[in-house]
Design a protein around this ligand. Structure first.
Ligand SMILES: Cc1cc2nc3c(=O)[nH]c(=O)nc-3n(C[C@H](O)[C@H](O)[C@H](O)COP(=O)(O)O)c2cc1C
Length: 218
């Protein structure tokens, strides 16, 4: 099988797992690889506005179970259960952008630098990221890129996964806040995911044909 065939095989191999084998655990080596792929994922302006919470606590799993209805299959047997947080309040002059610029990118930060002005303009006049909710949703988009990469990496390692949006965000955030896990002023819940080993067959892909989703503009 050539590389191209291998890539397509992995795309078919990854599927939304509805039943996990609770007795099978992902090795540390494989999990570290999946996490590293998440960490290395691209994001707009390189802000990587995410935090990955690996929920090992049975108490937390129990407490979110009812309000995370789309996660119940994963909570019932996935080896690793992840809640991905997205950063709130990213603006050109925010502490977070200053932190990433200085501590991660190794650049000088100044609120009136060309970069800060460019990002400010992008937010305000180009992408309409003009209130807290829009800024949070924009951060959430970036987390989905990381999640997609992690699910593909998992499939490469023959590990199953399921992305999860089936939850009541405000209720889950309240639970995590009450437990001291989340600072809701700084972070919000973006998406969740279960990773582990299936206890069912892989479901075949149902997708629109290529000519419905792909158009070459000449
Ligand atoms: C962002 C996102 C959220 C999803 N939320 C849930 C969910 O809450 N519960 C669930 O069982 N599946 C969930 N899914 C799985 C989708 O239903 C599934 O990926 C889709 O039907 C395509 O099937 P496939 O992944 O098996 O190819 C989600 C998928 C994505 C990408």
């Amino acid at each position: 099988m050539d590389k191209n065939e291998e890539i397509i095989k992995t795309a078919h191999r990854r599927y939304a797992t509805k039943k996990f084998d609770a007795d099978k655990k992902i090795s540390d080596k494989d999990w570290d690889t999946i996490m590293e792929v998440g960490r290395l994922s691209p994001s707009a302006f390189g802000f990587s506005p995410w935090k990955f919470l690996l929920i090992e606590s049975e108490d937390v799993k129990k407490d979110i179970y009812e309000d995370a209805w789309g996660a119940q299959n994963s909570l019932n047997g996935a080896s690793h259960f992840l809640i991905i947080l997205a950063k709130k309040g990213i603006t050109a002059t925010s502490k977070y952008v200053q932190h990433i610029t200085e501590d991660v990118s190794g650049h000088h930060f100044a609120p009136d630098s060309p970069f800060s002005k460019k990002f400010d303009d992008f937010q305000k006049t180009q992408f309409d990221l003009t209130d807290g909710r829009k800024q949070f949703d924009w951060a959430c988009k970036q987390t989905y890129i990381a999640l997609a990469n992690m699910m593909t990496a998992a499939a490469e390692l023959d590990i199953d996964s399921c992305a999860i949006e089936g939850f009541n965000r405000s209720k889950i955030e309240d639970i995590l806040t009450e437990k001291g896990i989340l600072d809701p002023k700084e972070w919000g819940v973006s998406v969740m995911a279960g990773f582990g080993y299936r206890d069912q067959d892989i479901t075949p892909k149902k997708r629109q044909p290529m000519d419905e989703v792909y158009k070459v503009i000449k």
